[in-house]
Design a binder for this molecule. Sequence first.
Ligand SMILES: Nc1ncnc2c1ncn2[C@@H]1O[C@H](COP(=O)(O)OP(=O)(O)OP(=O)(O)O)[C@@H](O)[C@H]1O
Length: 344
Amino acid sequence: MSTVIKTDGLTKRFSRVTALDRLTVEVQPGVVGLVGANGAGKSTLIKILLGLSPATEGTGQVLGLDIATQGPEIREHVGYMPEHDCLPPDVSATEFVVHMARMSGLPAAAARERTADTLRHVGLYEERYRPMGGYSTGMKQRVKLAQALVHDPKLVLLDEPTNGLDPVGRDEMLALIRRVHSDFGISVLVTTHLLGELERTCDHLVVIDGGKLLRSSSTASFTGSTRLLAVEVTDHPTDRAFDADAVLTERLTAAGLTVRPDGSRILLVEIAGEETYDTVRDTVDDLGLGLVRLEQRRHRVAEIFSTRADEPAGQPGAPDGTPDAPGTPDHDALQDASAGGEQA
Ligand SMILES: Nc1ncnc2c1ncn2[C@@H]1O[C@H](COP(=O)(O)OP(=O)(O)OP(=O)(O)O)[C@@H](O)[C@H]1O
């Protein structure tokens, strides 16, 4: 397995902000999520990896090519889907993608053929002949993805591809992103601030905060099991005044378990051993209640940020003692999509 992206001490300083701060990371083939709040440095990293913006310090390779000296070769083998709307409204998807294919060096006939195939692959059919100004956000995102794929790259960098999409559109885009890798073997680096999306889509996550690497590891290692059981019970079948959660908490505590509420309906019970499951089941049964949920809690990617936010003030600042740069990310901007925190 050859390394797709490698950086060593990559730093980008703007006049008032250090957007990337000695970032050292390696990315292997697959679908990799680049996670960080707004302003964490994701877009800056993508531009540097494409050779479009020079690093202030440090080195990097993409597909074994040097970011400082081989930008054009990198862009020949890498597709890029920018975050913002960049589509000319008066032009059709077909015309635009053919143009982008020609810019990548494909001859006219091959460009037309690849465009037709790629637009079909992203799910654009008859509409591809209409001017893009009339497209929905979902259709525009598909065109942006198609132009990143049309020259048959080995790697695509996707900057917030689900931006502005409703939940259905988002699921479709995420499925498409998985297929880019599974059907064509193209590696994907995808940025988003919707954490739940990444848990479902990516094999590996790179988390950055304030331009620094927080963690780089497999998605499974982020979402491993906790030592907590999530328990949800039904109301009492006959006694409407019966406070099921309160009585259950009391009984489980008396049985030696540690219990705390999580949200309005769920109790979290610390797992003391295998017998904890039986104790909960038996107690719920004794009270004449039904079990709606009894499952071991998994970690959420979002927890890495909440832990970080709990650190003593000053800790995340630059090691040289300078205060955090302006534009330090707003952790609230990171939304846990799986917890229903997404906007349409
Ligand atoms: N050209 C620039 N000049 C000055 N500062 C910049 C420039 N580009 C980015 N920055 C700053 O660098 C920091 C990182 O920005 P960047 O766009 O890389 O973050 P991001 O993680 O992609 O966030 P977003 O999701 O909001 O795009 C921010 O503080 C931003 O204001």
